[in-house]
Design a protein around this ligand. Structure first.
Ligand SMILES: [Zn+2]
Length: 230
């Protein structure tokens, strides 16, 4: 799996220019629902070992393919496996709107819940952090941070110069053993027994910020500002 260097701020984006805005996601009862989340209108398949007919992800890992459409009620803590794969495999798309993530000369923007089980990168030298969360655009990062604060969740703000997909989380169906949820590195021999649900990225040499970069101020002569209310 190749490593993507994200240092080049002039790297092409999918839109007409670097100011292309990340789309707003649909809302449920007034709350924006990040694109990556699953809905009650979407259903996982019955648990089963990997099959020849399954959809393949990167590196040939069989991927869990859900039926249905994103309707009903959002599942606030569940990533939709297909959309997580698509967003994370790009390594540069916002998990909320699917547009370009915020990029600076120091790297791409990640906002992660602080993990009490790991050393705090704000106080210890940390060379890499693993996560199944894709990056964010600046506007949606501010939204997400407000949401975290309302839940009293401590968040890390990171700028990441280098990202590599290193592992897959999913259900492993080893012959003769009960299925179990695990994270396996991409060179693990048991990947052939896995039905994948989340790609895991390693964020290398992250720069930890005290605060999110501020949103740009509205500019009447420019394109629609990221500072629009919400
Ligand atoms: Zn966004």
């Amino acid at each position: 799996m190749s490593t993507v260097s994200l240092l080049d701020p002039d790297a092409p984006t999918a839109g007409p220019g670097p100011l292309r805005q990340c789309p707003d996601p649909v809302r449920f009862q007034g709350k924006p629902v990040p694109l990556i989340l699953a809905w009650t209108g979407e259903k996982p398949p019955d648990p089963a070992p990997p099959r020849e007919t399954d959809v393949l992800s990167i590196d040939g890992v069989r991927w869990e393919s859900w039926s249905g459409t994103p309707q009903g009620v959002p599942l606030w803590t569940v990533h939709h496996p297909g959309r997580q794969l698509e967003l994370m495999d790009s390594r540069t798309r916002c998990l909320v709107g699917g547009g370009p993530a915020h990029r600076t000369r120091e790297g791409l923007l990640w906002l992660l819940p602080a993990d009490p089980a790991h050393p705090d990168p704000r106080t210890t030298a940390t060379q890499a952090i693993r996560t199944a969360n894709p990056p964010l655009c600046l506007r949606h990062a501010h939204q997400a941070q407000r949401h975290c604060r309302s839940l009293a969740v401590d968040c890390l703000v990171l700028l990441v110069p280098e990202v590599e997909i290193v592992a897959v989380r999913g259900t492993v169906h080893r012959p003769g053993a009960a299925p179990c949820w695990e994270e396996l590195d991409l060179d693990h021999p048991d990947l052939e027994f896995m039905v994948g649900q989340q790609l895991v990225a390693e964020l290398r040499d992250p720069v930890v910020l005290d605060e999110l970069p501020p949103l740009p101020q509205p500019n009447r002569s420019g394109p629609p500002s990221e500072g629009a209310s919400r």
